[in-house]
Write a protein that binds this ligand. Structure first.
Ligand code: HAM
Length: 419
């Protein structure tokens, strides 16, 4: 160990485990690419005010969890705690909203929240996300949810559940909010929670404590206060999901930790993860663009947590079928053989074969050990006598069977064997 270790709440991705993370990112991205989402990458930090305005001044993310910094030049920046505000900022800056709508974008990256670390909750974590900007169409909400479900399924994940709700819009939510505030003010709550009634009453519904939940029985629910337009919209999303064979649970108490949501909101939870059960979440955010100074741009999106998806796969005992890291492993004996075999390996790699080499002048025994450990199907063995005879030994590492082939046709022979 060195003097240093990874900061609290963070961890390193190291082979072989890191391969699962890559595979999860790729599996989530694949359905998005097929559905016309283009890749976007934004900086790891933004002006802190973007998140304060976008995610919300009253959210835990902004008040407690943001990594903020003042640069030497006096700029107030924050490490991004989430991707939606950044993606929308970038799309507006590039005038994408002036072109064909919706603009469909996906991203993959690191996010930072100063949270109390525990299993599944980190200060540096990884999301793959998707946003569809500039269109108010229930088919878009349904499309995104279906793509997330398809991604989880393609990984072999099974025990996840989709929770669905509608948070209404600027017409019906304020009315509901006032009704909820009235109800909450009549309850026996601690000072912190009472304050929340004024700032963010919907979050009280999300309180995990039994003492609070018991008092919430009979609380007014958004679903009973939706305006006609929101009701119809939500029903259409539900119908499209049902038609696509996507199971969901209506969860009238589902509120999310970000303030920008309107109408459709959803969360994917996994029951094998303990308290940090949300593997992904998202929803519609029709007012966010205006909140950050842009034009009206109704949009919808989600982000799936890569770390928690990997934990969920492990909790279910799913092992991902990852392509073998190495197809062939070269075992040279002697200096001259090393040079010749290194050439063969280079050519094989250029031909698309995953190939590795016994570096460091290992003896035959150690080199064969490395070959076996690599998971390769074939070892290419070249000794001094082989070299003199112009041949190379191809050893099948499963059966132990060994065949000699002419050195100058070795590349073609290996390619043929690997089919
Ligand atoms: P979020 O629910 O805050 O939504 O995060 C999405 C997912 O990121 C969570 O479900 C979880 O899997 C993962 N995640 C969040 N915080 C942590 C953490 N501290 N450690 C490990 N994993 C974590 C958003 O971020 C929204 N931007 C999603 C969205 C996109 N809504 C619309 N478009």
């Amino acid at each position: 160990m060195s003097t240093f270790s990874a900061p609290k709440g963070t961890y390193d991705l190291i082979p072989p485990d890191s391969a699962d993370y890559l595979a999860v990112r790729e599996a989530i991205a694949a359905p998005l690419k097929r559905a016309g989402y283009g890749y976007i990458e934004t900086p790891g930090f933004e002006q802190a005010a973007l998140f304060a305005r976008g995610v919300g001044e009253s959210t835990d993310i902004v008040t407690k969890e943001m990594y903020t910094l003042t640069t030497k030049g006096g700029d107030e920046l924050a490490l991004r705690p989430e991707g939606t505000a950044s993606v929308l900022r970038a799309a507006l800056q590039a005038n994408l909203h002036r072109g064909a709508l919706p603009v469909k974008l996906w991203y993959s990256g690191s996010y930072y929240r100063y949270e109390r670390p525990q299993a599944g909750r980190y200060r540096h974590f990884s999301q793959v996300g998707a946003e569809a900007l500039g269109s108010e169409d229930p088919a878009l909400d349904a499309e995104l949810i279906i793509l997330a479900v398809d991604a989880y399924r393609s990984l072999g994940l099974q025990n996840f559940r989709l929770l669905l709700n509608s948070l209404g819009d600027t017409e019906c939510r304020p009315v509901y909010r006032a009704a909820l505030q009235d109800f909450l003010r009549g309850l026996d709550l601690d000072e912190d929670t009472r304050q929340r009634i004024d700032i963010n009453p919907l979050r009280v519904l999300d309180d995990k404590r039994d003492s609070v939940q018991q008092q919430l029985i009979g609380a007014p629910m958004m679903r009973d206060h939706l305006c006609e337009a929101c009701k119809i919209y939500h029903e259409q999303v539900r119908e499209l999901l049902i038609a696509a064979g996507v199971a969901f649970e209506d969860d009238p108490k589902l509120v999310r930790g970000l303030d920008y949501y309107t109408r459709t909101t959803f969360e994917f939870v996994h029951d094998g993860l303990g308290s940090q059960s949300a593997v992904g979440g998202g929803g519609r955010y029709d007012g966010l663009s205006e909140m950050i100074g842009g034009p009206a741009l109704p949009s919808v999106g989600w982000a799936l947590g890569v770390d928690r998806t990997v934990l969920a796969l492990r909790a279910e005992g799913v092992t991902l079928e990852l392509p073998s890291r190495t197809d062939v492993f070269a075992v040279p004996i002697g200096e001259e053989a090393r040079r010749a075999l290194f050439g063969v390996i280079t050519e094989l790699r250029r031909g698309g074969v995953a190939a590795d080499f016994a570096y460091g002048g290992k003896g035959m025994k150690n080199a064969m050990k490395s070959a076996n450990r690599s998971g390769a199907r074939y070892a290419l063995v070249l000794g001094e006598r082989d070299l003199a005879e112009g041949v190379l030994q191809i050893k099948d590492l499963d059966s132990g069977e060994q065949t000699a082939v002419a050195l100058d046709t070795a590349v073609a022979e290996v390619l043929a064997k690997l089919g």
